[in-house]
Design a binder for this molecule. Structure first.
Ligand code: S3P
Length: 429
């Protein structure tokens, strides 16, 4: 298990581009694989999570080429996937396993999906239950709530489903099954989660209707291959945004970042905390809003975070926790119980690590209260195998009184393989 020791920085300067959006990269492979024709993808994120998706589709007979710049997916049409001869290993990727389970529910063959030790602990009932209602036969450990999952698909009928949690993974899993179902499949959610599936389904020519609280897919329609350009991932940019806000004398420009409004909760939160963040040159790229993000050192203050902004910033809470630890006053996070079922329990993980760095944190069932400190202390902290915890703690180290050693950093490769190189670059090391 690799560790890294990160030293304090004097300032962060310069321009950078973060890797492609993870959510959009996953979906480009999935829809490309079942479309007619060759889908090309530029800016694809070659992180471990997305490679898990790529391998799974190759195992179902899809020819996917990578010339180092463009990924070309030779689509096999809606009903062209082949039965995989072995278990599909989704690695650490919740998006891969949950979305692919929806897609596999529509196939008239048998398949088994699993993942690493962390993924096998994460809740799957949330997709198994609605997919079973559509007619899929899915077995798994603990009454179908834990992977490995064995799927006998086919013969689906559309349903109208209200998901109890706002989750793009649940929504997208059901939407993918809906492509194969008889009639209409509708998903309602309490507040809108990321809508990349909706945007990409429309782009590929799926029959889709949007409503205020959900989406309806009509089954049986073939999809057409597309040319996709993937913007930079705002979830990756978030580490650098927080880093520049808290490090003295900093100014950085992050180019070509996706700023889809269902993903910009982190910008709203950090601006409300007093962050100097500007979105420049706002434009569209493959049906997704994109901008360059300019960030300058700011004096942050604690705020209350709850409600509909939470799903719009769901992956950014580890980074927001670091901002809160450096802010004046208390930041309270509520309505964020979902953080407990991410790659690790991110509430407990961040609370424990921040305490190690001298911060007072009170955990609640669905969030936490973080009281900012003048200066974080150095120390030894733990990623718990979660990429976003590892990267957030590396950002915290930029402003600590001493070095911070982060244990178990291999996980960073799941979403951001060149994170440490970029951090060194902007820190002038
Ligand atoms: C994702 C949805 C989110 C997010 C994950 C990616 C997606 O999960 O945390 O990193 O691509 O659909 P939930 O839908 O479970 O909130």
């Amino acid at each position: 298990m690799k560790s890294i020791t990160v030293q304090p920085a004097t300032s962060l300067k310069g321009e950078l581009a973060v890797p492609g959006d993870k959510s959009i990269s996953h979906r480009s492979i999935m829809l490309g694989a079942i479309a007619n024709g060759i889908t090309t993808v530029r800016g694809f994120l070659r992180g471990e999570d997305n490679m898990s998706t790529m391998h799974a589709f190759r195992a179902m007979g899809v020819n996917i080429e990578d010339d180092g710049e463009t990924i070309s997916i030779h689509g096999r049409g809606l009903h062209g996937l082949q039965e995989p001869g072995d278990v599909l290993d989704c690695g650490n990727s919740g998006t891969t396993i949950r979305l692919i389970t929806g897609l596999l529910s529509g196939q008239s063959f048998f398949s088994v999906v699993t993942g690493d030790q962390y993924l096998r602990k994460r809740p799957m009932k949330r997709v198994v239950e609605p997919l079973t209602r559509m007619g899929a036969r899915i077995l798994g450990r603990n009454q179908g709530s834990l992977a490995p999952l064995a799927i006998n698909g086919g013969g689906l009928a559309g349903i109208e489903y209200s998901t109890p949690v706002s989750s793009a993974q649940i929504k997208s899993s059901i939407m993918l099954a809906g492509l194969y179902a008889e009639g209409e499949t509708t998903v309602h959610e309490p507040s809108l989660s990321r809508d990349h599936s909706e945007r990409m389904f429309s782009q590929f020519g799926a029959s889709l209707a949007l409503s205020e609280d959900g989406v309806t897919v009509r089954g049986g329609f073939e999809l057409n291959a597309q040319e996709i350009s993937v913007p930079g991932d705002i979830s990756s940019a978030a580490f650098f945004i927080v880093a520049a806000l808290i490090t003295p004398d900093s100014e950085i420009l992050i180019r070509n970042v996706g700023v889809n409004p269902t993903r910009t909760g982190v910008i709203d939160i950090l601006k409300a905390m007093g962050g100097d963040i500007e979105l420049l040159d706002q434009r569209q790229l493959s049906g997704e809003p994109v901008a360059d993000i300019l960030v300058r050192t700011s004096r942050l203050k604690g705020i209350k975070i709850s409600g509909s902004v939470v799903p719009r910033a769901i992956d950014e809470f580890p980074a927001v926790c670091v901002a809160a630890a450096c802010a004046e006053g208390v930041t309270s996070v509520r309505d964020a119980k979902e953080l407990r079922v991410k790659e690790t329990d991110r509430i407990t993980a961040m609370a424990g690590n921040l305490r190690t760095l001298g911060v007072t944190v009170i955990e609640t069932e669905d969030g936490m209260d973080i009281t900012g400190v003048e200066r974080l202390s150095g120390g030894n902290v733990e990623s718990f195998g979660d990429h976003r915890i590892a990267m957030s703690l590396s950002v915290a180290a930029l402003v600590a009184a001493g070095d911070i050693t982060i244990r178990d950093i291999d996980c960073v490769a799941t979403s951001f393989p060149n994170f440490f190189q970029l951090l060194e670059k902007v820190a002038g090391k």
